[in-house]
Write a protein that binds this ligand. Structure first.
Ligand code: PMP
Length: 425
């Protein structure tokens, strides 16, 4: 008889995992609040919210109950020609809380589809406005270096060329890449945008924190300047808030911190509190107007089987309720304040480079070896922390934590002190 782990090895191909050189996966049989529990009942603090999705803790009883009731009521229905209460209610709720004046919600399944939809919407916006001809010069996308927007082809194209995309390089469409803004390069970046402004359909950006690119952070005032330049050139601004949304940067959405609001915003991950797969691409009336046409060719021909799945929409409604509670807002504030202190403490550590934080996200480079995704530091940090009952997953030598909001002060201190223990050697 094969054990479950042997069967896993036999039958399953895990994401972002070498088929030869990876440690065996940990078999998790239960989630409970902050903790993941393995088959031997060892408990791990999920310090990165299971790839940045879990907001209120695992197996949250309130969300679970709502999911259960919705599953008994209506589990799925085709979303072309049909609609249902959870999708309608969620769209209205999101439009009320999103920063800016959004007018429509387009549903999909995950973060990659949310950004894929955004890029397609922006390109078709110009195509439709040019009368459905290929006459529009506005067909390029502007993106940040080090960006990550997902793993489908369009999302890969607008992401940094990296080890993730190397094998597909030839098949990705050309994108104008610019550095993230700093005081020193701001004017150069603005003139770069102005130089090609009338060819750019849209600018896609991860506001304030670039996640998979290494938790790199930039200032809201500087980003706002770039958005202003984009606006002057009528470039559609697409905020990819798949990671930064739902409280991660200390406020509900990172875009709240800029004066200039996006025309399109992409959401996923924390949207359902991390319980179900769901993607959202919200857009303003300006975008919608280009698709409101008698000409059927101007329809947005995009959709997925599970678009607006009722159970996922219900999970999102339940999660939003929890997120907007006083208790959750206070937790986000407490985590942010405690990260701020810890980042200060880390700044003086000889083995640490660039300790930084933004809201509930804290990151630093562990100063051993190259800053590179494929170096081995990640594995040794992860192994050390796992042994201590903490799950983190550094990006190369970039160590970061992004806990669920249910973490207590004592638990967060435990994570910090194990990090210190590791880097002290
Ligand atoms: N955009 C950003 C900013 C992300 O961080 C991610 C996932 N890490 C994605 C898009 C893609 O999301 P998904 O993994 O759900 O496809």
């Amino acid at each position: 008889m094969q054990t479950l782990k042997e069967k896993d090895k036999h039958f399953i191909w895990h994401p972002y995992t070498s088929l030869l050189a990876a440690p065996d996966p940990i078999l998790i049989v239960k989630g409970e609040g902050l903790y993941l529990i393995d088959e031997k009942e060892k408990r791990y603090i999920d310090a990165i919210s299971s790839w940045w999705v879990t907001l209120h803790g695992h197996a949250h009883p309130y969300i679970a109950e709502r999911i259960y009731r919705q599953a008994l009521q209506l589990e799925q229905v085709i979303f072309a020609g049909f609609t249902h209460p959870p999708a309608i209610e969620l769209a209205e709720r999101l439009i009320n809380v999103l920063p800016g004046s959004f007018s429509k919600i387009f549903y999909s399944d995950n973060g990659s589809t949310a950004t894929e939809v955004a890029v397609k919407m922006a390109l078709q916006f110009w195509w439709n406005n040019a009368g459905g001809e290929n006459s529009t010069k506005r067909n390029k996308i502007l993106a940040f270096r080090n960006s990550y927007h997902g793993d489908t082809f369009g999302a890969m194209s607008v992401s940094e060329r990296s080890v993730f995309t190397l094998a597909f390089r030839e098949k990705l469409f050309d994108v104008v890449f610019i550095d993230t803004p700093e005081t020193e390069n701001l004017e150069v970046l603005k003139s770069r945008i102005s130089g090609c402004g009338d060819e750019i359909a849209a600018f896609i950006y991860e506001p304030l924190v670039q996640g998979a690119g290494g938790m790199k952070m930039h200032e809201p005032t500087l980003l706002n300047e770039l958005l202003h330049t984009c606006q002057q050139h009528e470039i559609i601004c697409i905020a990819d808030e798949v990671m930064t949304g739902f409280g991660r940067t200390g406020v509900l959405f990172a875009s709240e911190q800029m004066e200039i609001k996006p025309d399109i915003i992409c959401l996923s991950k924390g949207l359902t509190g991390g319980t179900m797969a769901l993607g959202v691409t919200a857009c303003t009336n300006k975008i919608v107007a280009a698709f409101r046409s008698e000409d059927k060719l101007k329809t947005f021909f995009h959709g997925h089987s599970f678009t607006a799945n009722p159970i996922a929409c219900t999970a999102a409604l339940a999660s939003l309720e929890l997120l907007q509670s006083k208790a959750c807002t206070e937790s986000i504030e407490k985590i942010s304040a405690s990260h701020f202190k810890f980042a200060k403490q880390l700044q003086h550590h000889p083995a640490v480079k660039n300790a930084r934080c933004c809201g509930t996200i804290l990151a630093f480079e562990y100063n051993a070896g190259d800053d590179h995704y494929l170096n081995d530091i990640s594995r040794s940090v992860t192994a050390h922390m796992l042994q201590k009952g903490i799950f983190i997953r550094p990006l190369g030598n970039t160590v970061y934590i992004m806990p669920p909001y249910c973490i207590s002060a004592a638990e967060i201190q435990k994570v910090y002190s194990e990090i210190i223990h590791f880097i002290d050697g």
